[in-house]
Design a protein around this ligand. Structure first.
Ligand code: ATP
Ligand code: MG
Length: 207
């Protein structure tokens, strides 16, 4: 049997972190494009933890965000979902996500996937210097956001098909009884309706 493991090649593992409130096709296309371009064996989606202190933004319960992520990724054999962040109490820091995944998957080489807006904030992240050693970073284009060139060899920038979709817009649409069909996977539309999510969304949540 020849597999990537027996050939001595490290498993190439993409890491797609997000609030996923809800997960939408922008997230899925980003993961799929990076997987194809970087020859990833797997992409693990990691929904963030529940902020125990609600700041300016209200976030749906972790289990809903986790389940929608599972539903959205179920049909892709290379997509998986991890509970590391939702099972760790408190606010999620990417450094903890990467440390935990490294511990769980010591054989893997990590590729952290992030949209242009998140990459912009990367420099202000806690423990930014340690981050570079834990994963390769891949920044993808996102409509409305400049993809910053951080001038680092361990950050790759990738242009992907532009999908002007955000979770904030999806939540506002559900609240306003506008459709989210085709912006999010069908199973996610159904999960939102079944559990009556986002009907009370307030505009102040935009972020
Ligand atoms: P919100 O509006 O609640 O902030 P969001 O749509 O930005 O939601 P997040 O869960 O915050 O989604 O994003 C997770 C990751 O996916 C981030 O790195 C973000 O930049 C990236 N991302 C989200 N939407 C897109 C998109 N349409 N195209 C490319 N990348 C995206
Ligand atoms: Mg966002």
């Amino acid at each position: 049997i020849t597999s990537s493991k027996t050939a001595g090649r490290k498993v190439r593992l993409g890491v797609m972190g997000g609030t996923f409130d809800p997960i939408h096709h922008g997230h899925l296309v980003a993961a799929s494009e990076v997987a194809a371009k970087f020859g990833l064996d797997e992409v693990v989606f990691v929904p963030t933890g529940q902020p125990w202190q609600k700041q300016h933004k209200q976030v749906s319960p972790s289990e809903h965000r986790y389940l929608m992520t599972v539903v959205a990724t179920a049909s892709n054999p290379r997509f998986t979902v991890s509970r590391v962040d939702i099972d760790r109490p408190g606010v999620t820091y990417t450094i903890d996500t990467l440390r935990d995944l490294r511990e769980q998957r010591p054989e893997a080489e990590l590729f952290f996937i992030t949209g242009a807006d998140a990459l912009e904030q990367i420099m202000s992240w806690k423990d930014v210097d340690e981050l570079w050693g834990l994963a390769h970073f891949v920044g993808v284009t996102r409509p409305g956001h400049e993809l910053p060139d951080l001038g680092r060899q361990d950050v790759s920038l990738l242009e992907i098909p532009a999908l002007a979709i955000s979770s904030t817009d999806c939540r506002n649409r559900v609240r306003d009884h506008q459709p989210v069909w085709y912006l999010v996977p069908d199973g996610v539309v159904q999960h939102i309706a079944k559990h009556k999510l986002y009907l009370e969304t307030s505009d102040a949540e935009n972020a």
